[in-house]
Design a protein around this ligand. Sequence first.
Ligand SMILES: Cc1cc2nc3c(=O)[nH]c(=O)nc-3n(C[C@H](O)[C@H](O)[C@H](O)COP(=O)(O)OP(=O)(O)OC[C@H]3O[C@@H](n4cnc5c(N)ncnc54)[C@H](O)[C@@H]3O)c2cc1C
Length: 316
Amino acid sequence: MDFSLSEKEQKLWERAKEFTAEHITPKAHELEKRNEFPKEVVQKAYEAGLMNLHIPKAAGGPELPLLSETLVSEATGYGCAGLATSIMCNNLAFAPLVIGATTEQLQTYVEPLITGKEAKFGAFCLTERRAGSDVAGMTTKAVRDGDEYILNGVKCWITNAPVASLFTVFASTQPELKHKGLSVFMVPKSKNVKIGHIENKVGQLNSVQSEVIFEDARVPKECLVGKEGDGFKIAMMTLDKTRAGIAAIATGVAQRAVDEAARFANIRHQFGQTVGRFQGISFMLADMGARAAVSRWQTRYAAWLADRGERVSKHS
Ligand SMILES: Cc1cc2nc3c(=O)[nH]c(=O)nc-3n(C[C@H](O)[C@H](O)[C@H](O)COP(=O)(O)OP(=O)(O)OC[C@H]3O[C@@H](n4cnc5c(N)ncnc54)[C@H](O)[C@@H]3O)c2cc1C
């Protein structure tokens, strides 16, 4: 059993931590007060090669394993969960396409977004007001019309939607079949794809979520990913693969809490000594450190299993 990172993974981990120390941790709080998409920092992350890690080489990406994504998520999450979400959201948006699209589709729709000078964004459009955990309850529909599909419906809580160029949209092509009637489409931004209500959150203010409104949005039939009816399966495979990345952000947040608490416990003096020297405090710090470590290893284990092609619904 070998728990060590490869040399390449170790370098990526160090690079992501250095990026966080320089560009995220010192700026996160000030940026949060603006409550807007933190474009400058995300652009720097793009230039540093910390985005779009799982895109296949055939479509211009580095084709790194999921484990690499969790390293970047944890490192950036340590600095700011919201910024980490903004940086890593393309992984979620493009995962259904990496799973179900052809190389030609990836080259046409994804490659131009990940190979230019400027960072471009995708958005993963699954959730609706009445369809959260119950994905099959969605009402967004896609109707075939000759060589096109016409999409109508409203998605909500869609990360990076206001800055996205490409929307990965789950819609029903056969509502009577419920989850078996769901399909997934690549929908480029157009005048028929509108941004609605911006979600108002109490935290993660360095990431943006909004409604996306599809009003007779037409796409060529070539924008269907896989076959009609593949949508539910692709959605579940996507969530299995991307949950580890979200857990990695949470692990970064947990580790930061441990480090900040330990730092404070080592400088705050009461009763003639630092409070960290009281056993009641050091027990708590030890428990916190243990929980963060367990979270890290469970997350990396789930990613490692997924990279080996195993099912990770339970682990992730
Ligand atoms: C910051 C943020 C970013 C997001 N980004 C995206 C995005 O990019 N794209 C996207 O499509 N969505 C996104 N979402 C939406 C997110 O995926 C949904 O919130 C999620 O699917 C849960 O749905 P819900 O919020 O409607 O909760 P609900 O499904 O209404 O659940 C409410 C509560 O009931 C519990 N519950 C539900 N069903 C059951 C059950 N069968 N048994 C027991 N308990 C149950 C849940 O665990 C939860 O505690 C985002 C959400 C947030 C907060």
